[in-house]
Ligand binder design. Structure first.
Ligand code: MN
Length: 488
């Protein structure tokens, strides 16, 4: 049976007020979903309860955990915005509304537009906490996917792999990404999943045994050098093993990090010292030494990686990082809720974070002040973009004030060159009108319809303008030829 204490135990650093808030959200959601059942036959409340647990595990704050408990009450239990506002305040209501909106978004499997869908997803949320709740919600849904109708399973699983997991990755939430992928993998690619299971059968035990011996040797060395380190090992997620197998002709022997040792220390200096010690005792494999501390991965991941011959014929990957790097790699943006002010920062910290988001501008990242950071989770990366749907549900990402002409050329130049009419949200409309975020646009193309000079004033994208211009140039040339009597 669910109980609120389970959530509180998973969360970190809660004040008495925080605990009261979570308890209130717990009671409210339990009552709102009373009598409702999930497809598994379980009480519906199990779902928001598990979602909140996923959020608490990430170290998120009390408001986000409460929003997790409440995330389905507006959509599925007819709780009004007024009642939410009155009981939990604007912020939590805002997060719940955001999650409800995202629920309406559907992935339809058109590879080409997946990136736009991810952007749209972020553009709609305005607050990264909405994304965190949505990802935690999706994780629990994936873990109960066997109860969902078979034809729906694959779509939901693919959506998780194509849209949700990459988003978790970009927010630096490595653990959540891996969990989402692993939960989705058997449903998205059942045959491949079985194949991976078959390939690694028995392997894991051998690697683990090998690694355990190596681990005690390394522990001894670190003790002798008076370095305090926590050494654990991790198994690679099934889905990432499969991705790697694809890169290496399905040859399991070429994957060195199915299990890896994780050495976690206090300081960056210790990381490099340990790398030195390891290399002086065990021979490293060529090309497998990676310094992601000096050069972090685009999502901010930092660590030293090396792979060594362990002596007994085995090979082992070692990842060396500080506690903080480890937390950030696992929890990403969520890690920042658990940091106290006054934490020492290296000057590299600021530059390396969330490159992807930085590139999208406007993300005011301030790791030195967790409270500010919280406020800055409000996003407006995409305030100058609009996202337009085709009737089939593909998303096209366009600059603000774009027209159906831009939309048509974004799909195909041949469609752009023959626009004769347009339906916006099912209604016949002007082809030079301004599109709005979320419009569904259908272009009616006819062979004898052609671009006109006016189109240039009403298109925002280079691709549309280029095509219109080149059509007009060709055409005026033809007209000239015609007037000279040589056109026929
Ligand atoms: Mn839900």
């Amino acid at each position: 049976m669910p109980n609120v204490q389970e959530i509180l135990n998973l969360a970190s650093d809660l004040s008495e007020r925080d605990k009261k808030l979570i308890a209130k959200a717990y009671d409210f959601a339990e009552k709102a979903h009373e009598g409702q059942k999930r497809m598994s036959g379980e009480p519906y409340f199990i779902h928001p309860f598990e979602t909140a647990k996923n959020i608490a595990r990430l170290g998120m704050d009390a408001k986000t955990i409460s929003a997790g408990l409440l995330h389905d009450v507006m959509e599925d239990a007819n709780v009004t915005k007024e009642s939410m506002d009155r009981n939990f305040g604007e912020e939590i209501t805002f997060i719940v509304e955001g999650v409800t909106k995202l629920g309406k978004l559907k992935y339809r499997g058109h590879e080409r537009h997946v990136e736009s869908l991810r952007k749209f997803f972020l553009a709609m949320t305005n607050d990264l906490r909405v994304v965190v709740v949505k990802l935690a919600d999706r994780l629990h849904n994936l873990r109960t996917l066997q109860y969902v109708r078979e034809d729906k399973r694959k779509r939901i699983a693919l959506e998780a792999i194509e849209v949700y997991a990459p988003l978790a990755d970009r927010l630096g939430m490595g653990r959540l990404k891996g969990d989402l992928e692993d939960a989705a993998f058997p449903f998205a690619y059942p045959k491949e999943y079985a194949e991976v299971q078959e390939l690694i059968k028995g392997k894991k035990e051998i690697y683990e045994k090998n690694l355990n011996e190596f681990r005690s040797a390394l522990e001894g060395e670190l003790k002798a050098n008076k370095i305090k380190a926590e050494i654990t090992y991790r198994l690679k997620h099934n889905y990432s093993i499969w991705r790697k197998l694809l890169k290496h002709d399905m040859d399991i022997e070429k994957i060195y990090d199915i299990v890896a040792l994780r050495v976690v220390v206090d300081t960056v200096e210790e990381c490099y010292r340990i790398l030195g010690i390891v290399h002086s005792l065990w021979r490293p494999l060529l090309g497998r030494i990676k310094d992601y501390i000096a050069v972090p991965k685009p999502n901010g991941y930092r660590s030293l990686h090396t792979t060594v011959f362990t002596g007994s014929g085995g090979i082992a990957e070692i990842q060396i990082k500080t506690k903080k790097m480890h937390q950030e790699a696992e929890y990403g943006i969520a890690a920042h809720f658990t940091y106290k002010e006054g934490d020492k920062k290296s000057p590299l910290d600021k530059k390396s974070k969330f490159k992807w988001i930085e590139e999208l501008k406007a993300f005011n990242y301030a790791p030195e002040e967790p409270k500010k950071f919280l406020e800055n989770l409000k996003t407006d990366f995409f305030s100058d973009r609009i996202f337009i749907f085709t009737p089939k549900g593909d998303v096209i990402d366009l600059p603000e004030n774009s027209s159906p002409v831009d939309f048509a050329y974004a799909i195909h130049s041949d469609i752009g060159d023959h626009i004769s009419g347009v339906k916006i949200n099912g209604k016949m409309s002007q082809i030079l009108s301004k599109l709005k975020n979320g419009d569904i646009v259908e272009i009616i193309a006819k062979k004898d319809a052609h671009p006109s000079g006016k189109w240039l004033d009403h298109s925002r994208t280079n691709i549309a303008r280029k095509h219109v211009r080149s059509y007009l140039e060709k055409n005026s040339l033809l007209a000239k030829l015609k007037s000279l009597g040589r056109g026929k």
